[in-house]
Design a protein around this ligand. Structure first.
Ligand code: 4NP
Length: 162
């Protein structure tokens, strides 16, 4: 649908945080009965994991929380700035890399940190990279994504009259 709001979540590898945020956001959008009003995707700033499924620990954390975490990793491209209205970075480094890739000022303004939508989060608060940590880190990521995505969806609904 051409009037859909198009949202892409972006981390480094597209196997842990951004597919988790994508799954959480899809779940919240479906619960709100708004699936047809959105196009939702995720990508990584790096290409190391292109083609890979989400990390097994991210999928397991999703299962524990009733969230489907799936997809196939891909790298975020400069051309994606024309495909998406919201480019949602997981941490400051992702945000900086995305802004550097942005072809113009308008594209750069589409890039926002996920936790910037959470009114309780500190300025520049990240979704921390769980890759080199333990299972609990993946549960923490999921919970941070759940809170921030709730506020992101509320903000988009208000802005777009959904
Ligand atoms: P993600 O986590 O950015 O949340 O998908 C990572 C995945 C892979 C690597 C780092 C972070 N890596 O170094 O391969």
């Amino acid at each position: 649908m051409s009037s859909a709001v198009r949202v892409c979540f972006v981390c480094l590898g597209n196997i842990c945080r951004s597919p988790t945020a994508e799954g959480v956001f899809r779940h919240l959008v479906a619960d709100a009965g708004l699936t047809d009003s959105f196009e939702i995707d995720s990508a990584g700033t790096a290409s190391y994991h292109t083609g890979d499924a989400p990390d097994v620990r991210a999928r397991a954390a999703g299962e524990r929380a009733g969230i489907t975490v799936n997809g196939k990793a891909r790298q975020f491209l400069a051309s994606d700035f024309t495909r998406f209205d919201y480019v949602i970075a997981m941490d400051f480094s992702n945000q900086a890399n995305l802004r550097r890739l942005a072809p113009d000022h308008e594209a750069a303004t589409k890039v926002r940190l996920l936790r910037s939508f959470d009114p309780a989060a500190a300025v520049n608060a990240p979704i921390p990279d769980p890759y080199y940590g333990d299972e609990a880190g993946f549960d923490d990521v999921l919970e941070l994504c759940r809170v921030a995505c709730h506020h992101l969806l509320a903000g988009i609904r208000a802005k777009h009259g959904l």
